[in-house]
Design a protein around this ligand. Sequence first.
Ligand code: PLP
Length: 396
Amino acid sequence: MSENWNKRTQAVHGGIRRSQYNEVSEAIFLTQGFVYENAEQAEARFLECGPDEFIYARYGNPTVSMFEQRIAALEGAEDAFATASGMAAVNGALTSMLKAGDHIVSAKALFGSCLYIVENILTRFGVDVTFVDGTDLEQWKAAIRPNTKAVFFESMSNPTLEVIDIASVAKLAHAVGALVVVDNVFSTPVFSRAIEQGADVVIYSATKHIDGQGRALGGVIIGTRDFIRGTVEPYLKHTGGALSPFNAWVMLKGLETMALRVNAQAESAQKIAEALEGNPALERTLYPGLKTHAQNALVRTQLGGKGGTVLSLDIKGGKDAAFAFLNAMTIPVISNNLGDAKSIATHPATTTHQRLSDEQKGELGIAPGLVRFSVGLEDVNDLLADIQQALEVSQK
Ligand SMILES: *Cc1c(COP(=O)(O)O)cnc(C)c1O
């Protein structure tokens, strides 16, 4: 039975919905709406819309549904709602469930836009937020209160790659009935089993590893049927964060090859991190798969020992050296996506995390010399040689 399939099989066949033509490859239903046979059918559908019935693409669409069902199956969850971007998913998951007076606890090491939602938007509507160091369970324990509605964190943080213990935080949160909301981008659907480990809601930016080839924006919220259809769907279908059917198709095809890509990228990332550790041009090599990483033991239990597809290099000499390094590399592109087939290098302090204060950057370890490196599908020896020559240039 399809429920018993492993991830790789779900990623290829999960959620398939064939038209009357029985096509092999998923059809793109590039339509905004759906025709009713008569007025009575239209009335009935607005009253109650079944799983194989559609009204308007802002509410749902057959291609988008295939993507939702495939990713839910892959994650071992009941349901999912696809969104126009990863940020629409983060905003949709949190805003749909919270109201003025609620309390949430959030890790402070967050992607810039996630931090903006938690720190600037939710608080504007009267949600009380407590920030903690996500790797410190004592801080979670002290911050979670009887009225805490949710906890939020990136299971592997961007760009300093701290890993947060999902099972232990979930235990503390569930004791007061709080929902555990996990932005799981860096852990990837390939290596993570977040739902099994206690997450109630899992969020992905599909723009990253799910597409994996830098073509389209997308996002998804994964959870119980009650949460997705009862809380998330009413919010998103009325506020307009829907994923385009074309982008859903790109994501469906991306899921089919995701495990092959992500495993190969993680293997290269591990090799590069091991080869660079101790390089005289580096203050630090941050990669969760390294034995020297502070949460390496957790990486083994939570992620099957896989450190992911991204590493961060803190280059000696600060911003000037980091820029010299970026400009000297010939294979990776300077851009800000990750999880792409092409290796991508980013300087977080001046781009993705620019709006943080120097104090916040310091606290989060976003040093002036820090470069985030998303490992692509190029030959690992070519990448390593290119990085090593650029590191030499950076120290001149
Ligand atoms: C990229 C990213 C997002 C946002 O996704 P978009 O698709 O760019 O909107 C959210 N969280 C994390 C951890 C990310 O890396």
